[in-house]
Design a protein around this ligand. Structure first.
Ligand code: NAD
Length: 265
């Protein structure tokens, strides 16, 4: 008997998706997955175009449709220009936005430079706002239903010393997303957060390089291992699809149980 496919074929056919920070990690896996399910995908990136272009080549080689667009999500002009270009390249407004771009760099409160605080808030939270605003404007004007999925974090709810800016950005993302979910529901636009636990991506290179640190993190995960970018991508693909039509304004934690506080008795 033929093995049943794990991926619903063409679930996102006719969709115009834009994934921010899609050259690496969770964003890359998500762009690949959405394209494999039929979406035309904008691969947003910042800096070196090489990894984004190679992803576009991979997607096109597999018969999908993708375009790489450079933009700093924290820059209003660049975000507006990116959505304009996306509309032209894809033939209509983006109707699936994945706010994935994010950064982190630890500083204890007393040593936190204002620049570093501002940088993390600007990319992780203001960037999500700027992209969601453009996406919502386009969908509302075209009367097109759609979805906005924010990649937040278990640090929506778990405090993390030396990452006060990161936690502020992801905690802020929670209530911001819930607020705009209420605003956009009457327009048929769903807003949902997907909150990863510890996932093996470049942001976590320090863990990969240090077995002792990796072991410490694993102890915080009842399921006993770190997650894979593809597991977050699969969740995003589901939550953005019609099967999840009743999932509105909430956060899905995909964390191997990290939010169960395994070290608490
Ligand atoms: P990553 O570093 O591979 O991905 C982040 C991407 O964002 C990179 O491609 C980077 O170039 C891009 N980026 C950074 N600044 C940008 C800007 N100003 N404009 C556009 N793009 C920008 O790491 P990742 O783990 O794949 O992270 C993706 C998201 O997942 C982030 O929001 C992160 O906070 C979140 N997250 C990750 C984990 C994890 O364990 N890896 C856990 C929880 C949440």
């Amino acid at each position: 008997m033929a093995k049943e496919s794990q991926q619903p074929a063409r679930r996102h056919a006719a969709r115009r998706a834009l994934v921010t920070g899609a050259a690496t990690g969770i964003g890359r896996a998500t762009a690949s997955r959405l394209a494999a399910e039929g979406a035309a995908v904008v691969v947003n990136y910042i800096g070196d175009s090489g990894p984004a272009e190679s992803l576009v080549n991979d997607i096109e080689g597999a018969g999908g449709r993708a375009v790489a667009i450079a933009a700093d999500v924290s820059n209003e002009e660049q975000v507006t220009a990116m959505f304009g270009q996306a509309r032209e390249e894809l033939g209509g407004p983006v109707d699936l936005l994945v706010n994935n771009a994010g950064i982190e760099k630890p500083f204890p409160l007393v040593d936190m430079p204002l620049d570093e605080w501002n940088k993390v808030l600007s990319v992780n939270l203001t960037g999500a706002f700027l992209c969601a605003r453009e996406a919502a404007r386009g969908m509302i004007a075209a009367r097109a239903p759609g979805a906005i999925v924010n990649v937040s974090s278990v640090h929506e709810v778990i405090p993390w010393p030396s990452f006060g800016h990161y936690c502020a950005s992801k905690g802020g993302m929670k209530l911001w997303a819930q607020s705009v979910a209420k605003e956009l529901a009457p327009h048929g636009i769903r807003v949902v957060n997907v909150a990863p636990g510890a996932i093996l991506t470049p942001i976590n290179q320090a863990l990969v390089d240090d077995p002792e640190k990796a072991r410490e993190v694993q102890e915080e995960i009842p399921w006993g291992r770190l997650g894979k970018p593809e597991e977050i991508a699969a969740t995003i693909a589901w939550v953005a699809g019609s099967e999840a039509d009743y999932v509105v304004g909430t956060t899905l934690f995909v964390d191997g149980g990290m939010t169960l506080y395994p070290k608490f008795v």
